[in-house]
Design a protein. Structure first.
Length: 267
């Protein structure tokens, strides 16, 4: 009788242990939560969802309309990774908030371009030409870097993402700069010799970045949008599988066909 009772107790313990293991194996290990902004990030993630599902990985995309919560929630481990931001933004966020988020892989650029209705090539800009650039810190730096990379001006530090007009060390054409709100730049295009415009505003103004821009950021721009994680999960096989999918030939073709130069693969 004692032996029988011991056997029953052992079976009960094994049963409880098995029940205790079940919730941990509910499939959470095969699911990755990803914070993203709607366009183009969430659209790209939705595109690769079926492929990842076929490989055994489910991605749960959480769409945000701000740039703070996606980082906060990943840092606090409420979400696994995010895909929405550039490296300069991430570095500034980490410094300001004391977080340690890290870039996993660069995926795409939403390029900044230089447009003109008065000249057909950047070399035709006259001495004293008026150039309009965004007045927002990050985008102003992007505009100046674009001009510097193409030899129009020289910056003291050609890699400084937050460059300002004070950082210009050489201006051989004596360009006159106007700092304006980004959204207004397409409207002043007829009034200046050159305007450096964010792609979303250029598209709204019926400009085609791939055809109309005299200069445009390329995949070497520091403003690549990254998949971002934490030090504890950057090497997680699920994160690496997502990183591989985001930089696949299929995603490159999707971006090129859907966005027509407004979103440029960075791989």
């Amino acid at each position: 009788m004692v032996a029988r009772r011991a056997l029953l107790v052992s079976l009960a313990v094994l049963s409880l242990a098995a029940c205790g293991k079940k919730p941990a194996a509910s499939g959470a290990g095969d699911t990755l939560t990803v914070a993203a902004t709607a366009v183009p990030h969430a659209e790209v993630l939705e595109f690769i969802k079926p492929k990842l599902a076929a490989e055994g990985l489910k991605i749960d995309v959480k769409v945000f309309n701000d740039y703070v919560q996606p980082n906060i929630q990943v840092a606090e481990k409420r979400l696994d990774v995010n895909y929405f931001q550039t490296l300069p933004y991430l570095e500034t966020f980490n410094a300001d908030k004391g977080t340690t988020l890290i870039p996993v892989i660069g995926v795409h650029i939403e390029p900044l371009g230089a447009y003109s209705r008065k000249v057909k090539a950047i070399g035709e800009l006259p001495d004293g030409a008026v150039v309009a650039i965004p007045n927002e810190g990050s985008n102003e730096g992007r505009a100046l870097l674009l001009l510097a990379r193409n030899g129009v001006i020289t910056l003291g530090d050609p890699k400084k993402a937050l460059s300002t007009l004070k950082d210009i060390t050489a201006n051989p054409r004596n360009l006159k700069f106007k700092e304006l709100e980004g959204a207004t730049l397409p409207r002043v295009l007829d009034q200046v010799d050159l305007a450096v415009i964010n792609t979303n505003y250029a598209l709204d103004a019926k400009l085609d970045p791939s055809k109309d821009a005299l200069l445009i950021e390329d995949k070497n721009s520091p403003y690549v949008n990254y998949l971002v994680g934490r030090p504890d999960n950057k090497d997680d096989p699920r994160v690496q599988k997502l990183a591989k999918a985001l930089t696949s030939p299929e995603v490159k073709a999707f971006m090129e066909q859907k966005y027509h130069g407004a979103v440029v693969p960075a791989f």
